[in-house]
Design a protein around this ligand. Sequence first.
Ligand SMILES: *[C@@H]1O[C@H](CO)[C@@H](O)[C@H](O)[C@H]1NC(C)=O
Length: 440
Amino acid sequence: MRFTLAAVALSSLVGSVLSAPTASDLEARWEFEREIVQRGASDRSLELLAQLQNTQAGPAPQSIEEALASITLVLQIGDGIYDLAVALIAAGFAPGDISSILSTYSIGDNSPFNINLRSPQGDRIFPKKSPSDAPYSIPEIILRGAIRIPSSFTYGQKPPLLMVPGTGSTGGISFGGNFRKLFKNVAYADPVWLNIPGFLLNDAQENAEFVAYAINYISGISQNKNVSVIAWSQGNLDAQWAFKYWPSTRAITSDLISISPDFHGTVTALPSCPGYPTESCNPAIVQQDYNSNFITTLRSNGGDSAYVPTTTIYTNTDQVVQPQDGTGASAYLLDARGVGVTNNQIQTVCPGLPPGVSYSHEGMLFNPVSHALAVDALTNPGPGQVSRINMATECLKLAADGLTTADIVATEGNNIISVVAIIVYPAKVNAEPPIKAYAA
Ligand SMILES: *[C@@H]1O[C@H](CO)[C@@H](O)[C@H](O)[C@H]1NC(C)=O
């Protein structure tokens, strides 16, 4: 396991020598990688990995209808993230070689070490933009390097959109077969994304630092324009934590669009670490338990209400986040500050889903109503509103217009990548990381 992360560190080191940061930059990167690896306890469950590797991959679905029918079936038979991943591999959603996920998915669009040379205009953003902001524990070179800025980025000519991935994933993987593609050539959104080192399996409080920094950095290199954020799963917890403890980010964020968020964690977190706490578990998974200190701290003092206009979109058939139904849904946010929130459970906003179709945790990334609500939020003041959308049409589609069968298969395959990353991530713990001093 150590070898995998070392290989990632090595490939990024070679890449960065060519693009010339200083020796101390490189030392900082090394230090960060080394620290993550050293924090690690022993890993459990190579058996689980072998079980996934030994599952015969089925043929990929040939149409969107077939893909949705398969997903619906898998959601009915599976129990727990490992069984579900096995079922998805058998149903043809495996993304090729799954044995070296952490290194395979740490280059190019998934690289956590990018060279972003532009300096933000206006206020200094590091070590603090506002005196009320929490202190960063991660060096600026690491925070900035995690932002992937594609060559299409317009630096403020179009409204920037920061994409934040979920547990066990990168922005490249999470959004490649959905919003990155859908928002590639639109006037209302200019995508950049985060590839947080450690696939968001490390301390969620540190994952949140990447979100806080990225909001301020992207605004700073975009003529200080507002940023919007679209996040999947844990990315939403990290964004909410960033808004809460880095208030400078609130004033420049037009929208948070939350796909399958777990603002109250999930009751499935600890069952995905059998034997915990005797056996070790990923820090971010322990923190996403329904009753963790992290969740309790986040939700205290109004953290269960939105800080910026927020559009949540979720399904009660979510196999990862539960409960996810009604006002008790983990996704459900209050609006004590009156900034504007809409909570959109797909079964409620679409009473007539196509017969027999269920969406998964990751399926909400290609869901047509997720897309319609995101566009509505980005093109209007405040959160997305179903009243402005032709729901009779959108609810009957299986996937957002513009996505192919391959996109649906890739997006559903996010689940398998996440599960493998959860298994092989080396830096596991036997207790929840302590709450940082600024939040305690
Ligand atoms: C920027 O975002 C803030 C907070 O959501 C909002 O109050 C403000 O109106 C936005 N500014 C613009 C120009 O959209």
